[in-house]
Write a protein that binds this ligand. Structure first.
Ligand code: CP
Length: 295
């Protein structure tokens, strides 16, 4: 079988995306207990902090019957000067069937082209977060049973967000409409901007983003107001949204900053559902790169 990496959403046709989502839904419904037919080994190499992505991959891997190595950079030979490339290659040489990698560098995977085991991207800098995008799409499809004609508003620190960069293009390719909102300083000019209050009335899906402080310290002028008042989802703004609209956030979220305290638990929120669906899409992409079928 030819090696398959999961690096970006652009690498997939819309048919391939729907196939992965279909497998994720099968893991959620019909094949909850499905496991690989023989023992498979996988290493999780997180060079940047993570809770959801790291541990939902771990949960997916355990449910698939895999054996897992969880690499901890801070107690490894990285501290003795071993390079990123050589560290990743080591895990190929010691018998892994696949690697899950997150790193602060955009497109870190370009440095790993010589590896001959599959790489699943758990997030590269400001670039891509394909499994986050897949779990967002799964959550949207579960709600609306389509993408065509839906309006998605992405709000916040667009410029520094790999979640925004992964999601906007693919959502439009699947037939949805996408606009961005928030502070003008943190927008990418390639996307369609809309005022937040207008955008919330337009949106079927409102995705709020955390300020990515680990990637920049750019200040914005809030004119004496709080970030929540200017660009966050307050309960007043929530009440202006369409009846059947939903709220997403990739998390971790900061209550009282980009979301009012009670938003994650409100009726429109699918934020906790996104985390649950993360396990099913991660099972689906691991199955894809290992190359086993359900039957
Ligand atoms: N959404 C996301 O990537 O969360 P973590 O940083 O906790 O993995």
């Amino acid at each position: 079988m030819e090696k398959i990496d999961i690096l970006t959403m652009e690498q997939f046709s819309t048919d391939e995306i729907m196939e992965i989502l279909n497998d994720a839904f099968l893991f959620k419904t019909k094949f909850k207990d499905w496991q690989f037919s023989k023992t498979r080994l996988i290493a999780n190499l997180f060079f940047e902090p993570s809770t959801r992505t790291h541990y939902s991959f771990s949960s997916a891997q355990m449910q698939l019957g895999m054996k897992i190595i969880d690499f901890a950079p801070e107690s490894s030979s990285v501290k003795k000067g071993e390079t990123f490339h050589d560290t990743c290659r080591l895990f190929q040489e010691i018998g892994m069937d696949a690697l899950v990698i997150r790193d602060i560098k955009d497109k870190y995977y370009d440095d790993l082209r010589d590896l001959n085991i599959p790489i699943i991207n758990g997030g590269d800098g400001k670039g891509n977060h394909p499994t986050q995008s897949l779990l967002d799409l799964m959550t949207i499809y579960e709600e609306f049973e389509r993408f065509e004609g839906l309006n998605m508003l992405v709000v916040g620190d667009i410029k520094h967000s790999r979640v925004a960069h992964s999601n906007i293009g693919v959502f439009e390719r699947l037939g949805g409409n996408c606009k961005v909102s928030g502070s003008r300083e943190w927008m990418d000019s390639e996307y369609n901007y809309i005022d937040l209050d207008e955008g919330l009335k337009w949106a079927d899906i409102a995705m709020f983003l955390r300020i990515q402080r680990e990637r920049h310290d750019d200040l914005i002028d809030l004119e004496g107001k709080t970030y929540l008042e200017c660009y966050g989802l307050t309960n007043d703004r929530l009440n202006t949204m369409k009846d059947n609209a939903i709220i997403l956030h990739p998390a971790p979220f900061n209550r009282g900053v980009e979301l009012d305290d009670s938003i994650p638990e409100c009726d429109k929120s699918r934020i906790w559902k996104q985390m649950e669906n993360g396990v099913y899409v991660r099972k689906a992409v691991i199955k894809k790169v290992i190359g086993e079928s359900f039957e």
